[in-house]
Structure formats: structure tokens, C-alpha cells
Design a protein around this ligand. Sequence first.
Ligand code: SDX
Length: 434
Amino acid sequence: MKLSDKKATLSFSDGSPSVDFPVYKGTIGPDVIDIRKLYGKTDMFTYDPGFLSTASCESAITYIDGDKGELLYRGYPIEQLAVNCDYLDICHLILNGDLPNAAQKADFDSLVTHHTMVHEQLHFFLRGFRRDAHPMAVLTGLVGALAAFYHDSTDITNAHHRDVSAIRLIAKMPTLVAMAYKYSQGQPFIYPQNDLSYTANFVRMMFATPCEDYKVNDVVVRALDRIFILHADHEQNASTSTVRLCGSSGTNPFAAIAAGVACLWGPAHGGANEACLQMLEHLQANGGIEKVGAFMEQVKDKNSGVRLMGFGHRVYKNYDPRAKLMQQTCKEVLSALGLEKDPLFKLAMELERIALEDPYFVDRKLYPNVDFYSGIVQRAIGVPTSMFTAIFALARTVGWIAQWNEMLSDPDYKIGRPRQLYVGSAVRDVPKKR
Ligand code: SDX
């Protein structure tokens, strides 16, 4: 970051001396006011619950222009990456800063492919769960448990250890997610197959059985690969900030990523795709398009507690570019699978049409986000609703680990430790007789 020639001056209405703060500029996007010395100079904290106006770090990985609805991974627009790359290209880009050339791609893909197996003991670890446990509960446990198997790559001060952990996590997430699914189905685990691409391997581990040869459907592979690309990273969202804060204590990468998985599960974040599909299915089962008007009135009634899942975003105040690409993927997949008449897709398009015209949504700049169409695509290719967020976690692992690595590679990083505005009881004595 570069020091701006302008500075910020904080003045007080009670005549207290004003205080100057440096302003820093990034490559693009808003400048930042460096308030690290604020408390030392004023004995006061800033107050920003939810971090609406707070930059927690500097980063070179992803940039979002919320007003324009633009998303860049290492400077490349998501629209170009989604069409010209596969997910492992994006992993190389996000981890190493640039797209791989042919030789780098061959090496990177081979490295990931040869780390896809997990320790056999994890099969027994899974047996501790109920079969009907939510896949995200299982995945949170499985990812955290990896720390018990990989002591040889948990020295976070060692860049090589950090690289090995990154490859292990990217490579093993598909295997773990597929194992969680198979376990819930009471079916045997399917081992990775090294002659398949990353995403084709995942599809086979999810849907093959030992009873017959399994032919991977290219439409399904392309759709999932696109979903992985669109979910790979997204600046300092709640789960990425969780990984950074957790990792800032010096804990191992598996524990930090497990914290990210746990945070992503929430319906306001990565759990929204599951919640969105449940919303669409509930609407479809209770009157469908004819009842959309009444449903939207409920959404606009604050007391109903009903939200239009898959809509709205803290940063995007325009159409989420990923939602546009996801809608396009939806159309391609439904037509390739002969499901053009999918009533849920029609219902989603009608909800979007109404919302984009309704002043309640327009005034609040509420647009479809990445979760609005991703559930319809996944349902069409046979992924059960309960697995949607686990697949989001699979895709986001590369972003989490790259952001964690970026933090630890900064020699000046510190443990994250926010302050507070205390509004509790003033000091008081414990009554003598109780
Ligand atoms: C993801 O941060 C990221 O980058 C996340 C993510 C990523 O890739 O990591 O993009 C992935 O999490 C996408 C978001 C998925 N969540 C949902 O689709 C759940 C539904 N959306 C919301 O709950 C909400 O929009 C949030 C949580 C996404 C954003 O919430 P904010 O920024 O805190 O906004 P807010 O709750 O303060 O809402 C502002 C206004 C409020 O109305 P008023 O009080 O001003 O009258 O908009 C309303 C809200 O009531 N509102 C909605 C709404 N979202 C916001 N009203 C109805 N339906 C909605 N979905």
C-alpha cells in the first residue's frame, strides 16, 4: 500500500486537540485511514460492529467493486476466468498470484492429484457420527481432525510447511466431502482415481458405487467446476475473516480452516444456498408462482422474520457477477439435461423479476447473490440440498488458505484482538452475607 499525500484529521467539539492520521491508497478501491495509533493518541476506540467501514488487512488476492458488481481474482475478471479456466487454474492463480503456464499446470495438477487420498483412520473417525448428521457438522470435524494426521506440516513459520498444507487441503477436501456424503447414504467410500480431473474425480467419489463402472457426465463436471471457480475466494467475508483471526493465534492450518468451515455453515453466509433451495421448494409446494406475491409481502414485513434467501449482500449493491454466471450455468445445465421446464428455476426467475422491480428491494439495493441460483444447478445435477454448503466449503478452501498464507507471510502481522465499548455494571462489592 502507498502513503497518500492527504491525511485525515479528527477534531472534537469540546476543543480537545485534533489528531491527524495517515491515509493509504491501494491499487484500486477506497483509500484507508490508518487508525492504529488512535487509542494511544485519544484514549478512544473506533466503534464498527459488523465491520461495515473497517478494513482488517491489506490483500492482493481478490477485489470486489460492490457498486459496479465486479469481482477480480488477482486482477482477472471473474467473467473471463469462469469461461477460460478450470478450477485448478484458479487455485494456482489464487495461491501463487498468476495463472499457470502449461508446464506449471501439469506440475500443479499432478501434485494435487497425488494428495487426494486421506489417512485410512479417518474412515473410523467418520463412524463416530450418526448417519443423519448434517454434512457440515461432519466436515467441520473431519477438517479439524486432519491436524491429528499431518504433524509434519504444521510449523506455520515454515513456508514449505504452509505450501504442503495448502496442497493437502485443496486435494483432500473433495475426498472428505464425498466421504461425508457416502457416509450419510450408508454407501461405501469411493477412493480417488488419479486418471480423472480434479472435478471429475469428485463427481465419481460422490456418485459411483463399487457395483459397476461409473461414467462421469461432462455436463455435471463442467457445472461443478464452474461452481467451484465462482466460490473460490471473496475478500474478507465472514468465514475468511474467521480463518485469518483463528490463524493469527499461530494455530495450525487445519484448525484455522475448520473454523472457516464452521462459520460458512451459517444461513446468512454459505448456508444461504441450502436455505434458498428450501425456500423455493417450500414456495413451490405451497402454491408456487401464484403465491409469490403473498410471499414477497411477508419478506417485506419486518416482523415476519422471512428473508428472500440468495438475495442481498454486504458489499454488492448491484447484481453479484457470480449470480449472473450461475444463472447462465443454470440455463445451460437444465437444457443439457432436458430440464428446461424445471419449475424451481421458473419460480426463481419470477422471484428475481418481481424483486428487481419492487421498491423495497430496489431502495435497499438487494440483488441476487451467488447463492440464488447455485442450489438449482446443484439439485439438477443430483447434489442433495444438505451437501450444498459442503461444496461451497470445498471451493472456498483455496481462498481461505491463500488468505491465511498472505497474513502469515507478512512479518508485521499480529494476533487479532478487537476491543469493545463496555456497557455492563460499574465495579461493585460482593455482598457480605449471600
Ligand atoms: C454469501 O461476504 C461475502 O462475500 C459472502 C459471500 C462469499 O462469497 O463469501 O458472498 C457468500 O454469504 C452471500 C450472502 C448469502 N446470504 C443470503 O443470501 C442470506 C439473505 N441475505 C441477507 O441475510 C443479507 O442480505 C446479508 C446477510 C447477505 C447482508 O446483510 P447486511 O449487509 O448486514 O444487510 P442488512 O441485513 O443490514 O440489510 C439491509 C436491509 C435491511 O432492511 P432495513 O433494516 O434497512 O429496512 O436490507 C434488508 C434488511 O432487512 N435485507 C433483506 C435481505 N437482505 C437484506 N430483506 C429481505 N431479504 C433479504 N435477503
